[in-house]
Design a protein around this ligand. Sequence first.
Ligand SMILES: [Cu+2]
Length: 111
Amino acid sequence: MFIKTLPGYTLAALMLALALPASATERYELSIRNHRFEPASLTVPAGVKVKLVVKNLDNSPEEFESYSLHREKLIPAGGQITVFIGPLDPGRYDFFGEFHSDTAKGQIIAK
Ligand SMILES: [Cu+2]
């Protein structure tokens, strides 16, 4: 019913807007091995949305956490998660593994 009331060009613009974010998102990957992030420092472009895949190669769960990125997500042992971040202002964004915060530390640099 909502769709029927939309003129054709509005519908086309809406479909384009829905299709764009996925194709415009850049994908980056982090691994956790021996309770450390690899790489510990990841550089991403500022001003765009970024898809971050975090793979936990350890046989214990970890939690990806970042105060500056406002993200907190559990990663099962041997599992992976996807978090979308940004668009970020240029700068440094620290993250850590909450269950092994003494060793699992890293940063995202947005340039
Ligand atoms: Cu937490």
